[in-house]
Design a protein around this ligand. Structure first.
Ligand SMILES: *[C@@H]1O[C@H](CO)[C@@H](O)[C@H](O)[C@H]1NC(C)=O
Ligand SMILES: *[C@@H]1O[C@H](CO)[C@@H](O)[C@H](O)[C@H]1NC(C)=O
Ligand SMILES: *[C@@H]1O[C@H](CO)[C@@H](O)[C@H](O)[C@H]1NC(C)=O
Ligand SMILES: *[C@@H]1O[C@H](CO)[C@@H](O)[C@H](O)[C@H]1NC(C)=O
Ligand SMILES: *[C@@H]1O[C@H](CO)[C@@H](O)[C@H](O)[C@H]1NC(C)=O
Length: 291
């Protein structure tokens, strides 16, 4: 073998390896991404149940725009949330759904109250999506300065209308605080509580791989540990009808009573002063039609 030939074959082997690696890179990236998404699902207690409702009669009952529009309208007015106590018979279709969502999960035994609300979202929504946040008991935070998180969160997409966008994202907030990543909050944040809890901008060079992404669609149920930062993308076209149900360990104190003037004044002054919530009995507001 001449010296020139030896040099050539010495170069050939690394060249072949580089070519093979280059060809494999998209595959390796995809595999890495789907593995990390699977890992994130476990970490964040996320599970996705497609075709959640099976009974065609019940699907037909749920797939009724009037019900969703009424629930959304009341939920949106003064950010109302509704509570269902598992010892009661369900009073409306959304409480029936709450039972179906949680009855066969380990959370049913732990939860003492379920908080639920509806959102109908389209591309015209001024918010342009829900920003990164965690779910917590706003009332306890405002009045007792304590962070109380739900045991588990769930979202059910319940009216069959085609839409684009509106996907769900969740990220490990504990891990996120480490390393070069940072969270910038726009309001509702106080060091007193140990860490910041709402309305974040998250910065990381690798957010796409660190966040778990769920493509939402009709009759899909999504469970997620909403103690972690999560958000919903803006809906790009069509409308997305969602019911959110959180399982709570602690029974809210002020159920079914509007805050007094004193309470309102206190909240207005408090560190989270812009947070005012009223809890109501959805069945009363919706009336007979929805029971
Ligand atoms: C959906 O609509 C609700 C009000 O009904 C709003 O609070 C929320 O930010 C909207 N979400 C998105 C993703 O636009
Ligand atoms: C939802 O609507 C689409 C289009 O109308 C239809 O093809 C599909 O079967 C519906 N899905 C269910 C589960 O009813
Ligand atoms: C949800 O996440 C928090 C924070 O990591 C954790 O303390 C809690 O145990 C998780 N909840 C469940 C039901 O696994
Ligand atoms: C809510 O209202 C319905 C209808 O008036 C009533 O039957 C039910 O007991 C109320 N629920 C609670 C928790 O008070
Ligand atoms: C939808 O729900 C409303 C309120 O309960 C009811 O009056 C109406 O008949 C329902 N529509 C259909 C198509 O079932």
């Amino acid at each position: 073998m001449s010296e020139v030939q030896t040099k050539k074959s010495v170069l050939l082997v690394p060249t072949i390896i580089v070519v093979i690696l280059a060809a494999l890179t998209p595959y390796i990236n995809d595999t890495y991404r789907s593995l990390s998404q699977e890992l994130l699902k476990k970490q964040l207690q996320v599970s996705v149940v497609e075709d959640f409702l099976k009974d065609p009669d019940f699907i037909a009952k749920v797939n009724n725009k009037t019900l969703w529009e009424a629930c959304d309208k009341i939920s949106s007015a003064s950010e109302s949330r509704f509570w269902y106590y598992p010892e009661n018979e369900p009073n409306n279709i959304f409480e029936e759904l709450t039972v179906k969502i949680y009855k066969d999960t380990p959370y049913w035994k732990q939860a003492t109250a379920y908080e639920y609300w509806c959102n109908i979202n389209d591309s015209s929504m001024r918010s342009g999506g829900v920003v990164w946040h965690t779910d917590r008991d706003e009332e306890v935070l405002a009045t007792e300065h304590k962070l109380v998180f739900p045991i588990m969160g769930a979202v059910f997409y319940g009216y069959n209308e085609t839409y684009e966008g509106g996907d769900f994202y969740i990220i490990d907030s504990v891990a996120f605080k480490k390393g070069s990543r940072s969270a910038e909050y726009t309001d509702r944040c106080d060091d007193k509580y140990g860490f910041c809890v709402s309305n974040y901008n998250l910065f990381s060079s690798n957010l796409a791989n660190e966040a778990l992404f769920v493509n939402t669609k009709f009759n899909t149920l999504l469970y997620a540990n909403v103690t972690h930062f999560h958000k919903a993308d803006r809906v790009l076209s069509g409308k997305r009808y969602a019911l959110a149900v959180n399982a709570n360990g602690r029974r809210p104190k002020n159920i079914e009573k509007a805050p007094s003037d004193d309470e309102m004044a206190m909240k207005a002054k408090g560190p989270l002063g812009n947070t005012v919530k009223t809890y109501e009995n959805l069945s009363i507001r919706l009336g007979e039609a929805f029971v």
